[in-house]
Write a protein that binds this ligand. Structure first.
Ligand code: SPD
Length: 279
């Protein structure tokens, strides 16, 4: 059994604490919206926390970003116009850029400091973003932005933080109505929707709200060690496309680090307790 010697960073989430051994704290500053902290960990590379909640680490970021971006992008037959809300660290946009058929990526992040901090401490996440002419940086409120967009996007990816002050609106029925309007008739939306152990009520609310608007609503899972419980959920909604069928023949399923055709399909197989929680 290891002992807790040396320095540690800790996320306290409800009645659980998750700690990582660190070499040092690299950064800590309050932005206009939230506390932004970066730690250099012993085993997970650099780790970003926003308002005390872990968001991204060098070692594990590929899981979250592969699964948020590639599941919807391979479920749509021809995704061209994409909107990314949040995801200020850049990782989600970087994955979208891998799809050659994508023509335009609107990237709307409320907190520009998250992007500038990521640029410094997670250069691999923002690699190529500023050089890719398809990426449009639109720093501002994604909730307002989506309200003003009609029938425009093939895929909308919501890469928010946990539903507190800043991201709470991203889990609301009003936001989902605006997302529905902003999508084309066969559009797809995927959002991170918390974990089934601590937050099954949030997942159920999200799924119920989406079911009132969309024909296809599904939940899928991935395993991310830096988030409390490690089991993470994504909520999928589409006016048309069933995500259990891979329809995108234009993008090649390259060798991703987490995503593959098998993982895509298997991610929708839910443990019974998760099925029961969202029934
Ligand atoms: N509790 C963690 C929620 C994570 C949401 N976003 C992560 C950002 C990665 N781009």
């Amino acid at each position: 059994m290891g002992k807790m010697t040396g320095k540690w960073c800790t996320e306290v989430y409800k009645d659980t604490a998750l700690s990582f051994k660190i070499k040092k704290k690299l950064y800590g500053k309050r932005s206009k919206y939230q506390m932004v902290e970066i730690y250099e960990t012993e085993k997970h590379g650099n780790l970003m926390a926003l308002d005390g909640c872990y968001m991204v680490s060098t070692a594990e970021e590929f899981v979250y970003h592969d699964m948020l971006a590639h599941v919807p992008l391979f479920s749509h037959p021809n995704p061209e116009n994409i909107l990314v809300i949040g995801g200020g660290d850049g990782g989600t946009v970087r994955e979208v850029m891998k799809h050659k058929g994508v023509k335009s990526i609107d990237f709307v992040e409320i907190d520009e400091d998250v992007y500038t901090t990521s640029k410094k401490y997670f250069p691999a996440l923002v690699k190529g973003l500023e050089q890719d002419k398809r990426v449009h940086f639109l720093f501002g409120d994604g909730i307002k932005f989506v309200k003003d967009s009609k029938d425009k996007y093939d895929v909308i990816l919501v890469d928010g933080t946990d539903p507190s002050d800043i991201a709470g609106g991203l889990f609301s029925s009003d936001f989902f109505k605006d997302v529905h309007n902003a999508l084309k008739e066969d559009g797809i939306m995927v959002m991170q929707s918390e974990d089934p152990w601590f937050d099954s009520d949030i997942i159920k609310n999200v799924q119920d709200r989406l079911k009132k608007l969309f024909l296809q609503v599904h939940l899928y899972l991935a395993f991310i060690p830096i988030y409390p419980s490690g089991m993470w959920s994504f909520s999928y909604a589409s006016k048309k496309h069933d995500p259990r069928v891979i329809k995108n023949k234009k993008s090649k399923i390259a060798k991703f680090k987490y995503y593959s055709e098998e993982v895509h399909k298997a991610a929708f197989a839910l443990p019974q307790f998760v099925k029961d929680a969202i029934k």
